[in-house]
Design a protein around this ligand. Structure first.
Ligand SMILES: N[C@@H](CCC(=O)N[C@@H](CSC=O)C(=O)NCC(=O)O)C(=O)O
Length: 287
């Protein structure tokens, strides 16, 4: 398969649009990747929303379980769901645990020799994938937003905070907000980047938001108070909220933060509040 080629694996009707699964050769990740798009029926370009999934997910989890497509169809927004790691590659140790390697790319560009030839999910989701999407789907490249869940919430925050002007809004469900200080993040960052805390800071939403100097950025965070990973200290939303307050230019950080009583970490939680997230992004994408 040539590097710019993108083939349609399947196309499935849903509401007033279609779910399209694509396969392509990724030069960034050195492997064949799949992603899903939801394309509302259209004769013109449409805004685009990226969703980054969490640990153990593929490009399918959010599409199939979140209940988002009805709202995207109504508001005529294209959705792109990438996979969570390189696939079909030969990297020692990548299948030993749920929180490292396959299904756990953590949206970073690895620098350690064992991982760096394939595990470059940050460059993939911010550069290669948007370029590919722009060639194959009718996207308005000036209207782009990003969201995610857990590891993907971390990824979405990092992509938005590192790329002022690229995304109009960002949101997270149960996002890993301070990966340098939780065991999931420390394990992944040590493996992918070595013990270099300065490098970690470039992939840590709490560190990034403290020094953000870009234009106005609307941020929506949702968290369930019965989330077991919140209780285990994996998510640390309170550190992110404090870091926003510590930023001297905090007037540009428009944070809307919700703690939801009784909700956990699952897709039932996501389903419950997905309409609010789509509405939030639609407000900024369609303005
Ligand atoms: N087994 C793992 C956690 C697995 C898990 O809960 N994955 C979540 C994302 S968690 C953070 O990134 C998920 O979205 N699963 C897929 C689904 O469809 O529910 C562990 O306990 O470490």
């Amino acid at each position: 398969m040539a590097s710019s080629e993108c083939t349609v694996v399947s196309e499935t009707r849903c509401f007033q649009g279609s779910v399209i699964k694509y396969e392509h050769r990724s030069e960034t990740l050195n492997c064949t990747m799949r992603f899903n798009a939801y394309l509302p029926d259209t004769r013109c370009t449409l805004p685009v929303l990226y969703f980054l999934s969490g640990l153990t997910c593929t490009e399918d989890n959010f599409m199939q379980k979140a209940g988002a497509l009805r709202y995207l169809s109504d508001r005529r927004i294209i959705l792109i769901c990438p996979d969570t790691s390189p696939r079909g590659v030969d990297v020692e140790g990548q299948d030993a645990a749920d929180d490292l390697g396959t299904g756990a790319g953590f949206y970073v560009d690895a620098t350690e020799p064992q991982w760096k030839d394939h595990y470059r999910m940050y460059s993939y989701v911010t550069e290669e994938l948007p370029a590919l999407v722009g060639r194959h789907l009718p996207v308005d490249k000036t209207r782009v937003s990003i969201m995610g869940h857990s590891m993907g919430g971390h990824g979405a925050l990092v992509c938005a905070l590192r790329n002022p002007n690229k995304y109009r809004s960002v949101s997270g469900f149960a996002a890993i907000c301070n990966p340098s200080e939780c065991s999931w993040g420390q394990k992944a960052f040590t493996a992918y980047m070595g013990d270099h805390r300065k490098a970690w800071a470039d992939y840590d939403a709490t560190a990034l938001v403290k020094r953000y100097t870009g234009p106005a950025l609307p941020i929506l965070l949702d968290q369930g108070d019965q989330d077991p990973f919140l209780k285990k200290g994996q998510l640390l939303p309170e550190r992110f909220i404090r870091a926003v307050e510590d930023n001297p230019e905090k007037q540009n950080l428009h944070l809307d933060n919700h703690m939801r009583p009784g909700f956990d970490h699952s897709y039932y939680f996501i389903q419950t509040f997905i309409e609010e997230h789509i509405q939030f992004h639609a407000r900024h994408l369609l303005a």
